[in-house]
Design a protein around this ligand. Structure first.
Ligand code: HEC
Ligand code: HEC
Ligand code: HEC
Length: 391
C-alpha cells in the first residue's frame, strides 16, 4: 500500500481511538482498536539505532536505569504474592491482566498483535509509550519523512503534553478498588516531576515546560478520577476528586473551564478540555509568580474546623507538588531567598506525607511560614531533613 494511503487509514483509526476520553497506554486494548502490531523493544536497540553512542543511546539508558524496563520484576516479590493471594490469582501473576496491564503490558497482548515470532517485552517497553512500531519502524528514520507523517502511522506524539499526560496517567493513577484493598500502594500522578524522575533518554527544554506539564497532568488526573467515579462509586476516591477540583479551580484556566458544581461526567469532559488547553498554554514569569503566590497564601483553608480532615489531607497532597513545580520555574528568575523557602517547603512536604496522621493545623502553620518566606519576611529557620521521595 502506498505510504500516503496507508497513513490516511491509520490516522483515521487514531483519531477515533483518541476520542475515547479515558487515557490508555499502548497495550492490548489499544492494539485491538488500531490493529497495529508491536515489534518489541529489542527492535529499537541495535547500535546503529537507539543502542549506540551518546546521541542515540535511548535503549541503553532504558535498559540500565529505567524502572520501566524491570517493572515486571516486582510481580514475583513478596508484596505481590500476598496481593495475588488475597485476589485469588493463581499461577503466574504476570499473566493476570489485573497486574500486567501496568507492570507487563506486552504480556497481555495476543499473538495477532505482535510481529511474527516476537517474544513480548517483559516490562513497560518502548512501544508502551511510543506506540506500536510495525508501520513506522522502517521508515521513521528516512530524511524525507516528517514527524507528523510518522505519527500518522502509529507513533504516539509524546511531544504533545496532552498525549504525554494521557500515556503516563493510564498507569500512574487509577487503581481498581479491589487491588487497592489487596494492599497495592496508592498511586499519585504529577506529570512534570515524574517525567523528570524517569531516567532521561530525551531532551525537552521548552519554555515554561514545568508549569505547563504540571497543569496538563493534574487536569488529566482530574479527568481520570472523574471517569472512574462516573463509572463506579468509590468513597475512597471522592476526597481525592474534591482536592483536584479545589486545586484546579484556583488556576486561571481552571476557572474558565471547570464547572462550579457538576457531576462526575460533566467534570470529566471539562477536565479533558482543560488538559488540552493547558498543554498549549505558555506561562510568563509573572503568571508563574501570581499562581505561586495564590497557592502559598491558602493557609486559612486548612484551619476550617468544620472541613473534612480527609479532604484537607488530599488537598495538601496535591498542593505541595503544585508549589514544588511552580517554585522550580519561579526560582529561575526570582529574587526570593531560595535556601529559606526550600527549607520551609521541605518541612511542608513532610507534613503532607503523613497520610492518616495528617494534621491540618500544623500544615496550615507551615504554609503560613512559606508565604512569609515567599514575601521575603520569614524568620530564619533551622535546616530540616530532606524528604526521601518527591511524590
Ligand atoms: C494502574 C496500573 C497498575 C496496576 C493495575 C497494578 N500496578 Fe502495581 N504499581 C503500579 C505503579 C505505577 C507502581 C509504582 C508506584 C511508585 O513507585 O510510585 C506500582 C508498584 C507496585 C508494587 C511496589 C510497591 C512498593 O512498595 O514499592 C507492587 C508490589 C505492585 N505494584 C504489585 C502489583 C500487583 C501484584 C498488581 C496486580 C494485582 C498490580 N501491582 C497492579 C501500577 C499498577
Ligand atoms: C515511560 C514512557 C517511555 C518509555 C518506556 C520510552 N520512552 Fe522514549 N520518550 C518518552 C517521552 C515522554 C519522550 C519525549 C518525547 C518528545 O518530547 O518528543 C521520549 C522521547 C524519545 C526519543 C526522542 C529523543 C529526542 O530527544 O528527540 C527517542 C528516540 C526515544 N524516546 C526512544 C525510546 C526507546 C528506544 C525506548 C525503549 C528502549 C523508549 N524511548 C522508551 C517516553 C518513553
Ligand atoms: C504501561 C504502564 C506505564 C506507563 C505507560 C508509564 N509507566 Fe511509569 N511505571 C509503571 C510501573 C508499573 C512502574 C513501577 C516499576 C517498578 O517500580 O517496578 C513505573 C514507574 C515509574 C517511575 C518510578 C517510580 C515513581 O513513580 O517515581 C517513574 C518516574 C515513572 N514510572 C514515570 C513515568 C512517566 C513520566 C510516564 C509517561 C511518559 C510513564 N511512567 C508511563 C508503569 C507505566
Amino acid at each position: 500500500m502506498p505510504i500516503a494511503q496507508d497513513m490516511k487509514r491509520w490516522s483515521s483509526l487514531f483519531t477515533s481511538s483518541f476520542l475515547l476520553i479515558a487515557a490508555n497506554a499502548f497495550g492490548a486494548e489499544e492494539a485491538k482498536v488500531s490493529g497495529l502490531k508491536f515489534t518489541g523493544s529489542p527492535s529499537c536497540a541495535s547500535t546503529s539505532c537507539h543502542g549506540g553512542g551518546t546521541s542515540h543511546n535511548e535503549s541503553l539508558i532504558y535498559e540500565r536505569k529505567d524502572p520501566h524496563a524491570v517493572s515486571f520484576g516486582i510481580l514475583g516479590k513478596g508484596t505481590s504474592l500476598r496481593m495475588a493471594e488475597s485476589l485469588g490469582i493463581k499461577g503466574d501473576i504476570a499473566a493476570d491482566s489485573r497486574c500486567n496491564v501496568c507492570h507487563a503490558p506486552m504480556q497481555g497482548v495476543s499473538a495477532t498483535h505482535l510481529v511474527k515470532d516476537l517474544k513480548p517485552d517483559k516490562g513497560v517497553g518502548c512501544e508502551s509509550c511510543h506506540g506500536p512500531a510495525e508501520n513506522w519502524l522502517r521508515f521513521h528514520t528516512r530524511p524525507d519523512v516528517n514527524f507528523q507523517q510518522i505519527v500518522a502511522t502509529g507513533m504516539r506524539d509524546l511531544n504533545d503534553l496532552y498525549g504525554r499526560a494521557n500515556t503516563c496517567v493510564a498507569c500512574h493513577l487509577n487503581l481498581d478498588e479491589e487491588i487497592r484493598k489487596a494492599g497495592h500502594p496508592e498511586l499519585y500522578f504529577e506529570l512534570d516531576g515524574q517525567c523528570i524522575a524517569q531516567p532521561r533518554h530525551y531532551k525537552d527544554v521548552r519554555p515554561s515546560l514545568g508549569p505547563r506539564s504540571w497543569l496538563t497532568g493534574q487536569a488529566a488526573a482530574l479527568r481520570e478520577v472523574s471517569w472512574k467515579l462516573a463509572t463506579k462509586p468509590d468513597e475512597h476516591l471522592v476526597p481525592r476528586w474534591k482536592a483536584l477540583v479545589w486545586l484546579l479551580q484556583k488556576t486561571e484556566l481552571g476557572v474558565q473551564e471547570l464547572p462550579q458544581t457538576g457531576d462526575f461526567s460533566a467534570m470529566q469532559s471539562a477536565a479533558d478540555g482543560l488538559a488540552r488547553k493547558a498543554a498549549l498554554k505558555l506561562w510568563t514569569p509573572e503568571v508563574v509568580e501570581k499562581q505561586l503566590k495564590e497557592y502559598v497564601s491558602l493557609y486559612a483553608e486548612f484551619t476550617d474546623a468544620k472541613a473534612d480532615r480527609v479532604v484537607l489531607r488530599r488537598r495538601a497532597e496535591v498542593l505541595v507538588p503544585a508549589i514544588d513545580r511552580l517554585w522550580k520555574e519561579h526560582k529561575k528568575t526570582a529574587q526570593t531567598d531560595a535556601a529559606q523557602f526550600e527549607s520551609i517547603f521541605n518541612t511542608l512536604h513532610l507534613l503532607a506525607m503523613e497520610h492518616e496522621d495528617f494534621e491540618p493545623a500544623k500544615f496550615s502553620g507551615m504554609l503560613g511560614k512559606l508565604q512569609l518566606a515567599f514575601a521575603g519576611r520569614a524568620e530564619p529557620t533551622s535546616p530540616v531533613r530532606k524528604p526521601d521521595k518527591v511524590k
